[in-house]
Design a protein around this ligand. Structure first.
Ligand code: FAS
Ligand code: PHB
Length: 393
């Protein structure tokens, strides 16, 4: 069995890369260890940057996103019991973000791949990557009791933080940078109308809270919880009662509670692997980096990696140029590190860090007060939130 690009992982990175390569006439096969239903069952990101929206359109799967997605021009910061709107569009010459769940984007990409008759091996076992430091890389795996070897020109490691690709790189060839935060996000999805028109990011003495949404009838909420906390400790009623304690009066009046469709705790970490290229294997998306979800950058960084990497493959196959592939790691990392900084900064400003003491709390309060009073500071938040340009200035 042979293909031009073997893609490991059918999350947003792998599926988006597969679709862009297909549109460019580049043969690719995706190997995914979970079932398609399992992949769709993960509830994750909700905010798309313009860069991601453009890429989804370029991949030819943007129709439902434009029909059902919600365009947002601002966010609200809640602290000291007061809400302050950050007018993202006014501060960034009209840029906007789209509320459209990662699950829906994944569904659109899966459907497009199926409609195009492209090969995806779901529920693949014992996936292993070989020979990527030479000229003849390959991937071995088991599927429905059969063992397979896939010969390829290149391997795209789109297999997430716990994947096999980064783990297959010799220790001496990779440098990892990591920060683990002393708390997690307890998320709840419910078929209830959103508490507000725009997202509310709350910094409260009880901890961070985020009011997000998936549509006008489906909401997504998050609460900062200790790392030691377990989702079993949280009944729906307990979740709603704690959320109420972290919201202002108006939001409390508007909050509609209901049964959880999904509830889970996600750990928060910042992580970057350098470089992102190892011979004929490239890492993209969560396989190469992780951000705390505060800045809504995880999915969007995966998209920009895929934009750079797909362009590199297209130049290689259509112009016989290695330039795009040779510069992929450096170009992607330049944008990744800026998003890592923003995500770390926003997380540090919005969450409760008891270990930082009273002085640390005062620093957060001063930073928030300065942020909402300073056009320059609000602009800095806004231009990072809507997404920095793909081409570094
Ligand atoms: P993914 O992890 O989505 O996909 C990798 C795929 O590879 C998976 O389907 C996996 O099953 C597969 N795989 C793994 N090992 C394999 C192997 N050995 N062989 C074959 N396949 C293998 N981002 C935000 O912007 N906002 C959020 O609120 C947010 N919440 C998140 C909550 C959680 C719990 C997690 C883990 C992430 C969250 N993220 C969020 C980030 C998330 O959206 C990622 O950025 C996004 O899924 C990245 O997509 P991929 O790079 O495709 O990685
Ligand atoms: C979400 O809706 O899942 C979401 C939105 C904004 C964030 C993080 C998560 O910053």
């Amino acid at each position: 069995m042979r293909t031009q690009v073997a893609i490991i992982g059918a999350g947003p990175s792998g599926l988006l890369l597969g679709q862009l390569l297909y549109k460019a006439g580049i043969d690719n096969i995706i190997i995914e260890r979970q079932s398609g239903e399992y992949v769709l069952g993960r509830i994750r990101a909700g905010i798309l940057e313009q860069v991601t929206m453009d890429l989804v359109d370029q991949a030819g799967v943007g129709q439902r996103m434009h029909e059902e997605g919600l365009v947002h021009e601002g966010i609200e910061l809640l602290f000291g019991g007061q809400r302050h709107r950050i007018d993202l569009s006014a501060l960034t010459d009209g840029k906007k973000v789209m509320v459209y769940g990662q699950t829906e984007l994944t569904r659109d990409l899966m459907q497009a791949r199926q409609d195009a008759g492209l090969t995806t091996y779901y529920s693949a076992a014992n996936v292993r990557v070989h020979g990527f430091d030479g000229q003849t890389p390959s991937v071995t795996f088991e599927h429905e009791g059969q063992s397979h070897t896939l010969e390829c020109d290149f391997i795209a490691g789109c297999d997430g933080f716990h994947g096999v690709c980064r783990a297959s790189v010799p220790q001496g060839a990779i440098t990892e940078y990591e920060k683990v935060y002393p708390f997690g996000w307890l998320g709840l999805l419910s078929d209830t109308p959103p508490v507000s028109d725009e997202l509310i990011y709350a910094n409260t003495p009880r901890g961070f809270a985020l009011c997000s949404q998936r549509s006008l009838t489906r909401s997504r909420y998050y609460l900062q919880v200790p790392l030691s906390d377990k989702v079993e400790n949280w009944s729906d009623d307990a979740f709603w009662a704690e959320l109420r304690k972290r919201l202002d009066g108006e939001a409390n009046e508007r909050l509609v509670t209901g049964a959880s469709l999904e509830k889970s705790i996600a750990p928060l970490r910042s992580f970057v692997a350098e470089p992102l290229r190892f011979g004929r294997m490239f890492l993209a998306g969560d396989a190469g980096h992780i951000v705390p979800p505060t800045g809504a950058k995880g999915l969007n960084l995966a998209a920009s990696d895929v934009a750079y990497l797909s362009q590199g493959f297209i130049e290689y196959y259509s112009e016989k140029s290695q330039a795009g592939l040779d510069h992929y790691s450096q170009r992607a990392l330049a944008r990744i590190w800026k998003a890592e900084r923003f995500s770390w900064w926003f997380t540090s400003m919005m969450h409760h860090f008891p270990e930082e003491g009273a002085f640390g709390q005062r620093m957060q309060e001063a930073e928030l007060a300065y942020l909402v009073q300073s056009h320059a500071a609000s602009t800095a938040l806004a231009e990072n939130y809507v997404g920095l340009p793909m081409q570094a200035r």
